[in-house]
Design a protein. Structure first.
Length: 138
């Protein structure tokens, strides 16, 4: 005899993210990759073949231990970096970029170049907007 959950039990379970209406895995990935900690971590990992946890943490002032652990876990889970634990006291852990992480960095670096090439235009627009706003108040 098969057991069927009661209607109340079936409706009490929360849907997983992938079952939620309107869920889009590409949007979720975009949100992950556009996180400031993810981008900055990828840029740090691009500076050497392998980077120690403490070196990453030192280059990310303001990041909490919890956020750092979550960022590293997400990058590893999604295949952008790998984690290498070496025995010792204390154990040594290093992280390195995977090919997909390098692919993302080509896009990030192009975006970074664009911002550097266009910052003067953006600043000019900000000044112009402030002047217009001040003039409209008078």
């Amino acid at each position: 005899m098969q057991h069927h959950p009661s209607p109340a039990a079936a409706t009490s379970r929360q849907p997983t993210a992938s079952e939620a209406p309107g869920y889009c895995p590409a949007r979720e990935l975009f949100e992950v990759l556009s996180s400031k900690w993810v981008i900055r971590t990828l840029l740090i990992l691009d500076t050497a073949p392998a980077v120690r946890y403490s070196d990453i943490r030192r280059q990310l002032p303001g990041i909490s231990h919890k956020m750092m652990a979550q960022t590293l876990r997400t990058l590893r889970r999604d295949g952008f970096m790998s984690r290498h634990a070496m025995p010792g006291i204390p154990p040594r852990v290093e992280y390195s970029l995977e090919p997909m992480g390098r692919e993302v960095l080509t896009i990030v670096n192009r975006f970074k170049e664009w911002t550097e090439e266009n910052i003067d235009r953006v600043l000019d627009n900000r000044i112009r907007a402030e002047i217009e706003e001040a003039a409209s108040r008078n």
